[in-house]
Design a protein around this ligand. Structure first.
Ligand SMILES: [Zn+2]
Length: 321
């Protein structure tokens, strides 16, 4: 059995895991990131990789890193990452100098898609989409068994297709009404504020803004709270538009939803399936299953390791790690 180090690099912390080629995580090392300067992040990543390498012993096949941003998967350079404020940061090169095994870097959401496709709910499918609904919407597309990378590594930025360009929320990317602005966990919170004037007696928003979570709104909606239900219904309507668009573009066998909002699986899926069906016109209805992702927060590390087992995202056939 082969072993790789799978690294999930985020804006607030880095996790390095020892992963075998059956998709099992054997140990994990995590560190918070306080300084987001390139050199400081490289040092933190390297220290967690070293700890994982020690656990793994000899014969590690390589190191895979999933990082936010537009990543040149051939060289491992982070071309642009608003999360870190980096442009053309040579992450792969910096880590290759520190370790004697192959190092691969890919976009974090694309790595998670690879993990969920190889070892999660996408296993055995040829056409698969992962959407992680968190503070934003991350995702990726597997078509014909291959993870789509695009001409310049931009394929799969599903969160930034506009679904409400005239009346939507402002997206972090600068556009109005992106799928991510409307249908992420943050989007649900924004829907709650947007409908608040219609519910003057609601207690839903009587917490500090940074304490209000999408989970709290979802739970209140499940309990029948009117204000939360109105926000939830608007959120579901926007989620359905985006999902129907993805179906029109890709008609995958499965779309897997991950992230915090999707933990109430049945509540979400029961609500969204009908509206998605209604918006599915030319693609035969019911030919894309909408389901919940299985690997949770581990998808990024497992997928980064899967990237190693297949020799990088740019190597040959992307099917089967
Ligand atoms: Zn956007």
């Amino acid at each position: 059995m082969r072993t790789a180090i799978g690294v999930d690099l985020g804006g607030s912390h880095v996790t390095a895991a020892v992963v075998t080629d059956d998709g099992t995580i054997h140990s994990q090392h995590e560190q918070d990131l306080e300084d987001l300067q390139f050199e400081a992040v490289v040092a933190a990543v390297a220290s967690q990789i070293s700890a994982a390498m020690k656990d793994a012993g000899s014969g590690v096949a390589g190191i895979g890193i999933g990082s936010p941003g537009n990543i040149d998967a051939a060289t491992g350079a982070v071309l642009y990452s608003p999360n870190f404020g980096w442009t053309r940061a040579p992450l792969g090169e910096a880590l290759r100098k520190k370790f004697s095994v192959p190092v691969f870097v890919g976009n974090d959401a694309r790595c998670a898609t690879l993990g969920e496709h190889a070892f999660g709910t996408g296993e055995g499918t040829e056409d698969f989409v992962l959407l992680t609904l968190g503070t934003g919407i991350g995702g990726g597309i597997v078509a014909g068994g291959r993870l789509l990378l695009g001409n310049r590594w931009g394929a799969g930025e599903i969160g930034h297709h506009q679904i409400r360009p005239s009346d939507g929320f402002v997206c972090g990317c600068g556009k109005i009404g992106c799928f991510e602005a409307q249908a992420s966990g943050t989007g649900l919170i924004r829907h709650a504020f947007a409908v608040a004037p219609s519910f003057p007696r609601s207690t839903l928003l009587e917490v500090a803004r940074d304490k209000l979570s999408s989970k709290k709104i979802r739970k209140a909606a499940q309990a029948g709270d009117k204000h939360a239900s109105a926000a939830w219904n608007n959120f579901i309507a926007d989620l359905a538009i985006g999902l129907a668009n993805v179906i029109a573009f890709v008609n995958p066998e499965k779309i897997a939803l991950g992230g915090g909002v999707s933990t109430a699986a049945d509540f979400m899926l029961d609500a969204v399936r009908g509206p998605v069906d209604a918006l599915t016109t030319m693609v035969p209805k019911g030919t894309t299953e909408i389901t919940i992702a299985r690997l949770g927060n581990n998808a990024g590390q497992v997928g980064a390791a899967a990237m190693v087992f297949r020799g990088g995202l740019t190597a040959g056939d992307a099917a089967g790690a």
